[in-house]
Design a protein around this ligand. Structure first.
Ligand code: AHR
Length: 567
């Protein structure tokens, strides 16, 4: 992308006067040919970036399952076994590692047995979000979706309205082997009844589900519990579960409403008051970004001002605080041999008002613009910077919902700008995250003094924390297969100003680099059914490294991936 001279001059002027953040210190930045610096520090590894932080979520809600994922066996829309083909292909294109289902709030009203057997015999039932769910899409259809994509299933179990027995029988139904199970008593080996039922329903081979959410938002739709009540239920639900593999099941405990650290402290105090910590793999964290109450009320995914843009991205950056605060609240220590309870950020995204819904039956569907692409980059970079803490993260939700990668209505389909960011961040999967220091003039949030947003899953902390938006943010990693290849992803949130940046890899020489960039002149740019390719990434304009460093200009309101080859 070309940088205009006017914009470049403006950029330097900004650099001369603006305040920049480096670590915890504020300093005035003098005007130079470059506006910012990124120092990549390969000697400071953070951890392996779990491929599962790029995971997904689908729920029986509006047009997510019905129409979005499931078009039905007799549909004219291209499908594999009733599953929308473009959904499968798009999830493959981002190498989706994990898919979470059936909710969300839906999960705690859902009986997994309702979705088994012949579709014509399945009971239609009231669901959490809708008056009626046909149950045409059930456990087997979900597993077939995962198989078609090549991803792992993550099931959220009903804890509010089904007993613990149903939880372990669901595990048994999913995971018991098809062959006869040897008995450890004198009785002969025999088939497991639930495995036989699964086979009769078309799937003799076990689903091998290892990731289980034990309830969902139990402080709210999942039961209106207090942490101590939930802890007692969690212990009871997980005290015994059937096991068919040497690897333990990964249980995820319900975490806080947004940044409510008190929930997490009390939960872990209560959980650990009994010394048994069976299979507690992770703490679920839900954090949605909404603007000030004014924006949330009037909030529209497309109609927003520049001030709204900066405000939203500043509030999105609070994810970093959510991650570090909850990591500390769990009681995790820095000692390497101490077992850690990981963070599972299984719902995140920007949540707007109803203005851009695909239609009345597409509850919580919304458009997605360049603003959401930047939010995606900021969020994934936070997870990557905290690779040792965040093990799984699921964007909410994959299609026709809050922060979607896809929009679909009947035979119309488009990917959103968020899809492109997921693709651009693929080189970080499984890579070694390394520390990188960013110094760039920060942006003051023009709506920092607006009252704290109300509503669930959002930030309710101090106004102080939403005053400044990092002028550049990002993360760096070393390829798992090539120690000479460094991936650097960067978000420039400034709406008008390109940021010319000197990039240095400590102790190494950059010999060459390539890049891809997602940038549009208008921050409202988006794809729709008529214009599915209006927003898409391009090759980044590159320069030749000099003296082992490079100078790269990040265009305004952009997300960039650079791949640096070291000499
Ligand atoms: O993603 C929509 C809803 O947001 C989910 O059902 C719930 O878990 C959260 O409140």
């Amino acid at each position: 992308m070309k940088i205009s001279r006017r914009a470049a001059l403006k950029s330097s002027a900004l650099a001369a006067t603006a305040i920049a953040l480096r670590g915890s210190h504020l300093f005035s930045q003098a005007s130079t040919a470059v506006d910012a610096h990124i120092d990549i520090l390969p000697g400071e590894p953070i951890g392996t970036i779990s491929p599962e932080i790029y995971s997904h979520f689908i729920e029986h809600l509006g047009g997510v399952i019905y129409d979005g994922v499931w078009v039905g066996l007799n549909s004219k829309i291209a499908n594999t076994n009733g599953i929308r083909q473009t959904f499968i292909d798009t999830m493959k294109a981002v190498q989706a590692p994990v898919l979470r289902w059936p909710g969300g709030c839906f999960a705690d009203s859902y009986d997994w047995r309702d979705g088994l057997g012949a579709a014509t015999k399945r009971p239609a039932r009231a669901g959490f979000w809708e008056q009626q769910d046909s149950n045409a899409y059930g456990l087997h259809e979900f597993m077939h979706t995962c198989r078609a994509i090549g991803c792992k299933p993550y099931l959220a179990a009903n804890m509010r309205s089904l007993p613990a027995r149903d939880f372990y029988q669901e595990i048994e139904y999913c995971n018991a082997p098809a062959r006869n199970v040897p008995s450890n008593s004198a009785a002969p080996a025999m088939p497991n009844a639930l495995a036989a039922q699964r086979a009769a329903n078309g799937d003799p081979e076990p689903f091998n589900v290892d990731l289980w959410g034990v309830g969902n938002e139990s402080w709210g739709c999942g039961g209106n519990l207090v942490p101590e009540e939930y802890a007692a239920m969690f212990r009871r639900f997980t005290a015994w579960t059937p096991s068919y593999s040497s690897a333990p099941l990964r249980f995820v405990a319900v975490g806080p409403n947004g940044d409510d650290v008190d929930w997490t402290r009390r939960l872990f105090k209560s959980l650990f008051s009994n010394s048994e910590r069976r299979h507690l793999f992770g703490l679920s964290v839900h954090y949605y970004t909404s603007g000030s109450p004014k924006e949330f009320a009037a909030g529209d995914a497309l109609a927003f001002s520049n001030d709204d843009f900066y405000d939203l991205l500043t509030r999105a950056s609070i994810m970093e605080r959510v991650v570090t605060d909850h990591w500390a609240a769990i009681g995790n220590t820095a000692e390497p041999d101490q077992p850690k309870v990981k963070l599972v950020v299984d719902e995140w995204g920007a949540w707007y008002g109803k203005g851009t819904s695909l239609g009345p039956n597409y509850n919580l569907s919304q458009q997605s613009t360049m603003r959401d692409a930047l939010l995606t980059g900021i969020t994934l970079d936070i997870f990557q910077r905290h690779a040792e803490k965040v093990a799984v993260a699921n964007v909410a939700q994959s299609i026709n919902c809050i922060h979607s990668l896809m929009l679909a209505q009947e035979d119309n389909f488009t990917v959103t700008p968020t899809f492109h960011v997921f693709q651009m961040y693929l080189p970080h999967r499984g890579a070694q995250a390394i520390r990188a220091e960013f110094s760039a003039p920060a942006i003051r949030n023009p709506l920092a003094n607006a009252p704290i947003p109300v509503g669930g899953n959002s930030y309710t902390g101090s106004l102080e924390a939403v005053k400044l938006l990092a002028g550049l943010s990002g993360s760096a990693s070393i390829s798992p297969t090539n120690p000479k290849l460094v991936t650097l992803t960067v978000v420039n949130p400034h709406i008008e100003l390109p940021v010319t940046t000197e990039i240095n890899v400590s102790g190494a020489t950059i010999s060459s680099y390539t890049g891809r960039v997602l940038a549009e002149p208008d921050i409202h740019a988006h794809n729709d059914f008529a214009h599915p390719n209006a927003v898409r990434p391009n090759a980044a304009a590159t320069t030749t490294p000099a003296a082992g460093r490079l100078t790269h200009t990040f265009p305004p309101a952009s997300v960039t991936t650079l791949q640096l080859t070291l000499a």
